[in-house]
Design a binder for this molecule. Sequence first.
Ligand SMILES: Cc1cc2nc3c(=O)[nH]c(=O)nc-3n(C[C@H](O)[C@H](O)[C@H](O)COP(=O)(O)OP(=O)(O)OC[C@H]3O[C@@H](n4cnc5c(N)ncnc54)[C@H](O)[C@@H]3O)c2cc1C
Length: 602
Amino acid sequence: MSALRKGNHTGLPLQKIAKLNHYTSTSREVLMPHLSTDVLIVGAGGAGMYAAIAAARGGAAVLLLDKGQVGRGGATIMAQMTVAVALGEQEPDSVQLHLQDTLNAGRGLCNEELSLLLCADGPARIREMDEWGTRWARENGHIKQEMAPGHSVKRCCYVDFLNTGPAVAATLRRKVGEIAAIRRISNLAVVEILVRDGRAVGALALNQIDGQFISIEAKAVILAAGGLTKLFARNSASANMGGEAYALALWAGAQLVDMEFVQFFPIGHLAPRLVGMDPIMWDPFRYKLGGKLLNGKFEEFIDRYGSTDFGKYNATRDVAAYAILKEVEAGRGTPHGGAYLDFRHIGESQLRAAFGPVIDRLLTNGIDLAKTPVEVGPMAHYHMGGVRVDVNMQTRVAGLYAAGEAVGGANGANRLSGNAITEAFVFGERAGSRAAEQVKKFTDNWHDTLAREAIDGFHKAREADSTDSATPIALQAELQELMWEKAGPFRTGAKLSAALARIGQMQRQLAQLPVGAEKQFNLDLQDWFELRAMLTTAKAIVQSALARNESRGAHQREDFPAPDDSLLKNQVLELQDGALATTWIDPVRLQKNNVHYPEFRS
Ligand SMILES: Cc1cc2nc3c(=O)[nH]c(=O)nc-3n(C[C@H](O)[C@H](O)[C@H](O)COP(=O)(O)OP(=O)(O)OC[C@H]3O[C@@H](n4cnc5c(N)ncnc54)[C@H](O)[C@@H]3O)c2cc1C
């Protein structure tokens, strides 16, 4: 317990914030700490921390958990670029225009109510963050906003080069720390949402340090556990983005939407090794300065794939990703399986004028852009699909909400750059405030048997004799390769079917994987629970990708290369008798005549 005491951030030993209960499991007697709260938030990135602040502001007692360190564990702190929001500080802009750009990028599949919420509430969130101390870059007294691909005006604000994510995470951590109603606990991974009579009433968590289960009773639960890009061997993600939010939602009875839409960033950094810098940092270099894409033989190749490059690298993301992977397939890749991005023709003074401090940070990584090209290639970066919610972030399970990247629908088939952090703040605030309102109406529906039954379920899911020679982490690595090879940027029915078959085998193998009996820092146990969720989420992606026989946005099928208007629908998944069932629905459209667009400044 002492290790947990160190990591729980409450300043109190866990015993003081928990009442200790005895739960008798059928297989063994378990002494299990028990926590109780109004609103439980699973995941403490941008969405989770914003949700915690909003729920506390609404009068609720909040428990904010993270499997890593609160406020330091996921994508938010890694995002070093920009936040898209219609502030109209740099040039005239409007919520309506931001919405139109978002819907265009979403290729007809956005849930327009969610997209509108993202665009309409974004300005208030960014200004609130400003009041809380985020130092948005300014010019002549105005928040500075930059142009980015897909936006029709300068809309993307930032803190300074490569510091936006760390800065907003620091602001939210500080704010959360000031609010007494928010208790924070690091190193607790939620492994099951507990549901009683169709309502979410808490969760079961695994203490990552001592391997102990902890039961948590709550009147509402918010899933803010981030994205899934760790499922792919090549990704820009943190180690904690294994798609657990989606699996937890499915198991609890919620629905997922459009799981096939994984965004692959075409020029993620592959080599040389880059420490402490964003792997997707090359985009601003691309649109500010150009930069030649060269294959492993140092030949320009984009022109071979139907895009003119005009001596600069300005090909669209899908063409660039396709061209790079096809060159690699043809044996003309770079040593790390990508392409070279070459700035040597630009010259040091111009590079420095555009990116001064970044050039020095690259030099500390041994990268001199004036002398050496870097290796880049497509990598999984963001998930457009996710948990299906209404505009209050409520899933179809009463008391269960979702927020941030875990939510599906706002960005349709493709996301505009900068929309993801806005989404995390806006959806986090909405989920927290709505959950706080709702818990006032609820009476406690907890029962101690719920946690015991969940633990019994895990014991049953694992056979007594672990006969398999593989380990959970080895299977995770295999799954990542499988997803990259068979469900990555370019998919076919044959590759997806093969992936589905292997995922099914792995799910059966799960029961026999050894996890050992150690209590302290049992990584096999942590990896086992993570793998269990990863497999469920991987299956949801692959099954959805197999069913969508068209290419649209981020979902590219080589055997169905064109969009098919009859598939201009969202794909909804749910568990029925343990199997994933699919329904196709029409996208949620705004009733255009009834939409009130909030005022904006210009
Ligand atoms: C390298 C990189 C750069 C990016 N750059 C930009 C950018 O410039 N602009 C932009 O708009 N977007 C960007 N994005 C995307 C954006 O950062 C994310 O979509 C957004 O931050 C997600 O916020 P979130 O709170 O939903 O999730 P996260 O910030 O990922 O937080 C989720 C948290 O949940 C925790 N968690 C996971 N599973 C569990 C569990 N079972 N139990 C408890 N806790 C759990 C994790 O540890 C993590 O702390 C970038 C992403 C990456 C990876």
